[in-house]
Design a protein around this ligand. Structure first.
Ligand code: SAH
Length: 398
């Protein structure tokens, strides 16, 4: 089923923005807040020409009447026609940036929203299928040319919209999971650097898998040995990479369905040294420490503990606790790959938290690598919201 509402590529309506709004664009950030609109236009959601107080055109933007983020820059050329060819070109540019990934994996992010000049759009590829998220009212207006461009560029067997996230509510949009083109299976087998796993596009976390840790999984796999622990394993993506170098791997998560898929994923690869544990990671790590357990390799890839700025202090305590316990569980020379995907936890916070954890652990811990985001999730320096992953590979020196 292809949904093809009529869309208007012209941007006849105008929005006037304050100097502060104009300055945001000048500084490389694509958002202008509602508070920086002068006389909010009576235009519907879609695209709009943006001018400053002197009526000088600044560009064209997506317009979301109900959202705090009223305008999202699309093109600094205010004469741009946002027709099918415009969307095709922008998505083609995003795709070209990822060309080198195709030899390593068939699961990657094709469009990372604002960072790819396509604000509020994400598109992930899982083999012959695509999962998109249209996350603003303005963008919804362009659903048809976006689907058309994706079909033309990637010829997918199906496109699923995972439009079930809370930000849609703030945009005044309904939440839905719906096929926009062709058929999309419940599970899709993908390959990631030689490892196979099942993604769950309809009801898995995010769009079906955590594509943003792909290269970090390869890194963890490259140093894995001895007894290994994959904490917050989800469907075992780190565990699968650890399995090759480790003698045995414990994949721990609190979600039984995710672990069922982890076992299925291990079987698909013929890996027999992975076992799953359904438990709370905090309790498990505490119990392992009491029992005097030791691991040569540990991965900590928790969910975002800091969902808001206000929850940062509590989140840091949580991160510190799991990291300090993992450090204590390392054998001498053991390696810990640890990550945070909280946008609100900055890189300096992350480093300070790890230093405090190391201090309390009583171990001498060295930083071997600091990791950021992969190629398909570009972090643009002037758009802080495009970056959220921090990672560190640590070694217990004694
Ligand atoms: N490492 C995974 C992604 C992990 S996402 C990958 O690379 O694919 C975070 C996971 O933590 C989720 O699967 C969630 O079920 C799990 N989780 C959340 N809170 C937990 C807790 N307290 N104890 C154990 N697992 C938890």
């Amino acid at each position: 089923m292809t949904v093809a509402p009529a869309f208007d590529p012209r941007t006849t309506q105008r929005a006037t923005v304050s100097a502060r709004g104009a300055d945001r664009w000048a500084a490389g950030h694509p958002w202008i807040y509602r508070s920086d609109l002068i006389d909010p236009p009576a235009a519907p959601a879609g695209a709009i020409t943006v001018v400053d107080r002197a009526s000088r055109p600044l560009g064209v933007a997506l317009y979301s009447p109900a959202s705090e983020i009223a305008l999202r820059l699309l093109d600094r050329d205010h004469t741009a026609r946002l027709d099918a060819a415009w969307w095709h070109n922008r998505i083609a540019q995003a795709l070209a940036r990822r060309a080198t990934l195709a030899s390593e994996t068939n699961a990657y992010r094709v469009v990372h929203g604002e960072a790819d000049g396509l604000p509020s759009l994400t598109c992930d590829r899982y083999d012959r299928w695509l999962v998109v998220q249209l996350l603003s009212a303005g963008l919804e207006h362009f659903r048809a040319p976006i689907v058309q461009a994706l079909v033309a560029l990637l010829a997918p067997d199906g496109i699923l919209a995972r439009n079930d996230t809370a930000v849609r509510t703030r945009e005044g949009l309904t939440r839905e999971t719906v096929a926009l083109h062709g058929q999309v299976p419940r599970e899709i087998e993908v390959v990631e650097h030689g490892v196979r796993y099942l993604a769950a596009p309809w009801d898995g976390q995010k769009t079906g898998a955590f594509l943003d840790q792909r290269e970090n999984r390869v890194l963890a796999g490259s140093i894995a040995r001895g007894r290994a622990l994959d904490c917050f394993a989800y469907h075992g993506s780190f565990a699968l990479h650890l399995s090759r170098g480790a003698s045995e791997v414990t994949a721990l998560d609190s979600s039984a369905p995710a672990l069922a898929r982890a076992r299925e994923n291990a079987a698909r690869n013929g890996f027999t040294n992975i076992h799953t544990v359904e438990a709370d990671a905090f309790e498990f790590l505490r119990a392992e420490e009491r029992a005097g357990a030791r691991y040569e390799t540990i991965v900590l890839d928790p969910p975002a503990f800091a969902k808001t700025r206000n929850s940062l202090d509590g989140a840091i305590r949580g991160y510190k606790e799991i990291n300090l316990r993992a450090m204590r569980l390392l054998s001498p020379g053991g390696m810990l790959f640890t990550a945070s995907c909280s946008f609100h936890l900055s890189l300096p916070h992350f480093r300070d938290m790890l230093r405090d954890a190391a201090a309390d652990s009583g171990r001498r811990i060295a930083v071997r690598q600091l990791r950021g985001q992969p190629l398909d999730h570009p972090e643009v320096l002037t758009i802080p919201e495009s970056g959220y992953i921090k990672g560190a590979l640590l070694e217990a020196l004694d």
